[in-house]
Design a protein around this ligand. Sequence first.
Ligand code: 1HE
Length: 264
Amino acid sequence: MTTIPAPSSDDVLKIEIDGNVAIVTINRPEMRNALDEAAVAKIDAFFSNVPPEVGAVVLQTEGPHFCAGLDLKEHHAKRRSPTEFMRVCQGWHRAFDKMQHGGIPIVAAMQGAVVGGGLELAAAAHVRVADRTAYFALPEGQRGIFTGGGATVRVARIITPGRMIELMLTGRVIDVEEGRRLGLAHYIADDARATALDLARKIAGNARLSNYAIVTAINKISDMSATDGLYTEGLIMCMVQTAIDDVQGRLGDFVGKRTEKVQL
Ligand code: 1HE
């Protein structure tokens, strides 16, 4: 595999470009990849400005655990007020919304603990591959807090609100097989990273506009009434089918000096 580091790469968020796939690696293994404010800001910055050649992203993390969620040490040290913590939650929501609705398919490779905010991070990816060590939990109740990175929306949709309530109340830990049955993992693989990269390469080979529609429209339409959803589906279908030729034709007319100038 030939990868080149992207200019925005740093120690906490490593970014490599491999053809038309970006490999984004959260690199805080000594903290079990717990997310502090700076790490969330880096995720936000990358997904705000994905390089144009990238057709799919692999999201992976270093060490034996995918992500231990909120950086509890930072949270403890900062003694955040309700308003300050609200801002932190909004920061997570912004970053993860950019992942889920940014139009670029994301394949997560998961291992070990995928817990709390780590599960919220994984749920913002579109395809989730777990290795056999992966497990899932929402231990917020045991920590005296609540979910703040989108789980009430994303995780509840995947596993149902009732199952999420049960998991949060009991603190039960789900193994990888149950996680797959519930939809938290789509694939179980011996080497989650390799499988995620294969899938990302395959996905990046689809028509870009189809991928854009798949990762943006389906979730949006599930928020709509059936009538609005079907109408929107039709519009998007037409947009995906026609837009490339139409736009290319119009741009070609401009480049070939066959258009009128925009002037008074
Ligand atoms: C951390 C964190 C963290 C580990 N914030 N520092 N999340 C949790 O409640 C999960 C808490 N973590 C754990 O249960 C365990 O650490 C693990 C099962 C993930 C990993 O266990 P292990 O034995 O491999 O590692 P460790 O020895 O527990 O942790 C290694 C170091 O990482 C240690 O620091 P050290 O200074 O003693 O070396 C840990 O303190 C540190 N560490 N997890 C900060 N989360 C937007 S709202 C989201 C709400 C939530 O995410 S709540 C769920 C939080």
